[in-house]
Every structure is written in C-alpha cells, then in structure tokens.
Design a protein around this ligand. Structure first.
Ligand code: FES
Length: 109
C-alpha cells in the first residue's frame, strides 16, 4: 500500500462548463467529474451506492448530486449521503487543475 494515489488527467478543463458534469473512465473505474457553479471541481464514483444508476444522468445542484433513479442525494465535498434511500456514502476523489488539465487522484494500490 502506498501512501499516495496516482494523479491522472481525466479531462480538459474547457470541456466541462461550470454547473456541468462528465462521466470519465479511468484505470477501469467509472468516475463522475463535476464542475460546480462556483468553479470548484469534484469527482466521485459514478455508480450510485443505492442501486444501479449513474449519477451523471442525474442533477447537479450546488455541491449536491441527485441520483436519477430514486432521488438519493450526496454532498460532493464529502460523499456523504443526504438521507433516504441512501445508506452508504459515495466515494469521492481529490481533484486538481493544472493549466487546462483536470486531474483526479486515484486510490493507492
Ligand atoms: S439508485 Fe440512486 S437513489 Fe436509488
């Protein structure tokens, strides 16, 4: 186990407008990249923790993503579920921007 995960470029910053999100496949993971309206970037697993729905098919509002299937909500800053029907929090990933590259830190092996 390393201490630090690897940073990987997942998108060009100019490709994801503020208030938009994008599904990105990287290293076998299905991730969701979010560009919040305030300019903050967040990333999470794209699969909802409740059932089989992809969060990038849902609705992004502020720092909250709402699942398209049963309207479960997660706080993207922490991954915390925001009540029923969500029982398990969402895995979120650190994001940073370098120039026009958006990088996500993957978990260490
Ligand atoms: S699948 Fe996301 S809330 Fe049910």
């Amino acid at each position: 186990m390393g201490d630090e995960g690897k940073w990987v470029v997942v998108a060009a910053a100019g490709d994801v407008a503020k208030g938009a999100m994008k599904a990105v496949g990287v290293a076998g993971l299905d991730l969701a990249l979010y560009h919040l309206a305030d300019g903050t970037w967040c990333a999470s697993d794209n699969l909802c923790t409740h059932a089989a729905a992809r969060l990038t098919d849902g609705w992004l509002e502020g720092c909250t993503i709402e699942c398209p299937l049963h309207a479960g909500r997660f706080d993207l800053r922490t991954g915390a579920g925001q009540g029923a029907p969500i029982e398990d929090d969402l895995l979120v990933y650190p994001v940073r921007v370098e120039g026009d590259d958006v990088l996500v830190q993957l978990p260490a092996d």
